[in-house]
Write a new protein. Structure first.
Length: 415
């Protein structure tokens, strides 16, 4: 006897159900951590979890756990899950596909009727996106012991509220913050389904990606203080233009990534704030982000060192003051070969073609990989687009990925 197939209609209903909680519905999906739509989405997803018979709890940073009990709950548990927060004007699949697939997989396993050994838990990790507090994977980072209460106190949103203030105002108990980290060995295996957010699967016409490694991201906040002055009155040789320094740095980041020894190096300047941002004024201040990622930590570190040297040169040449703050510098996370093998077998048994690949995007699995064996299932992204209202993945592709997920979770739960 085998598991039943995932229902595309269930996947679609839950993804569309979540999408009702959206602070900017005219332009894709925006659901930022602990805003009203995000809190409502949390309630919605907890109800969906309860509907399929899972028991739901939360930890002190709002990670949600929904448990399908096995015959021996004392054994290390099997996890699946993802996130339900988004970047600004995103799509409705990044993160949500994995949570919904987890709930549907748990339903299939429950209805299968044969008791599995280990508990299976479907998780929603708190704020995978760095949108509100500037740092990504807050919930899973805390689980990995890399976000202490003191660090959480320092993380501020644009209004100056700290993460801990926001948590307290919502009734989370900070006295329990030190119970968030998960012990090595506490989780037997964790498998996350996610949309690919690139065009590799689509171009190969392969429906399933098996992630072998998640690239490690590094991010920086840079501020440049130049000299604000008149665009007509100031000759070119007497300027200290903060924006042009930012442009030079962004172009150098691009060059370093393109010419790096690793094919996976990517560098992005995605947010720039130019002051005073007026057509006839030389900019006096610029604030911007740098995001650099690689599957090879050494190559990434070299690339960052070179960029930092370049920034010092620009500071000197242009007579400016440049400050660089490192936000995070994460290691790449390899997937567990045993889980990969189970995923491959599952695809082969179901005659589904798969492709082994790296994930350039980061995921909560990157942090979970610090205390548990992980692997990921990718499903295709239309035109490779993500972090955009144009993001799209076919519900039937997510359902196919859910079949692989359910099969794999059940096998892991019986190991
Ligand atoms: C997560 O969304 C990332 O930026 O990779
Ligand atoms: Mn994302
Ligand atoms: Mn995501």
């Amino acid at each position: 006897m085998a598991l039943k197939r995932a229902l595309k209609s269930n996947i679609q209903e839950m993804i569309e159900g979540l999408d009702k909680f959206n602070s900017d519905p005219k332009d894709g999906t925006t659901r930022i951590l602990f805003t009203e739509p995000e809190l409502k989405a949390r309630n919605y997803i907890k109800e969906e979890m309860a509907k399929v018979g899972l028991s739901v709890r939360e930890d002190a940073i709002g990670n949600i756990f929904a448990t399908l009990e096995g015959s021996d709950p004392s054994l290390p548990v099997v996890w699946t899950g993802s996130h339900i927060d988004t970047v600004i004007n995103a799509g409705k699949f990044d993160g949500m596909a994995g949570v919904v697939a987890g709930i549907e997989a748990a339903r299939l396993i429950k209805e299968f009727g044969q008791k599995h050994k280990r508990n299976i838990e479907v998780l929603v990790y708190t704020s995978e996106e760095p949108t509100r507090f500037g740092l990504g994977c807050l919930g899973s980072r805390a689980m990995a012991g890399e976000l202490s209460l003191d660090k959480a106190k320092e993380l501020k949103d644009e209004e100056g509220n700290s993460l801990t203030e926001v948590l307290e105002s919502l009734g989370y108990d900070l006295a329990e913050f030190d119970q968030i980290p998960v012990k090595q060995g506490g989780v037997f295996a964790a498998v996350e389904l996610h949309i690919e957010q690139g065009a590799v699967l689509e171009s190969l016409e392969v429906p399933i990606g098996i992630v072998e490694s998640i690239a490690g991201p590094s991010s920086f906040e840079v501020s440049i203080a130049g000299k604000q002055s008149h665009a007509g009155g100031t000759p070119m040789n007497l300027r200290h233009d903060a924006f042009l320094a930012c442009c030079e740095i962004a172009l150098e980041a691009e060059r370093l990534a393109k010419e790096s020894a690793s094919k996976d190096t990517v560098a992005t300047v995605g947010r720039v704030e130019v002051l005073p941002n007026a057509s006839n004024v030389i900019s006096g201040e610029v604030y911007f982000s740098i995001d650099i990622r690689d599957s090879d930590y050494e190559v990434k570190s070299e690339c960052i060192d070179n960029l930092m040297k370049f920034i010092e040169e620009v500071e000197e040449d242009r007579g400016l003051t440049i400050k660089v703050e490192k936000i995070n510098d994460d290691q790449p996370t390899p997937s567990d070969q045993k889980i990969i093998k189970i995923l491959e077998e599952s695809c082969t048994n179901k005659e589904i073609r798969f492709h082994k690949m790296i994930s350039g995007a980061f995921h909560d699995s990157m942090m979970v990989g610090k205390f548990a064996p992980i692997a990921m299932i990718f499903v295709p992204s239309k035109d490779g687009i993500s972090h955009s209202p144009k993001e799209w993945s076919d519900y039937s592709d997510i359902a196919r990925g859910t079949d692989i997920l359910a099969d794999t979770l059940l096998k892991l739960a019986n190991e």
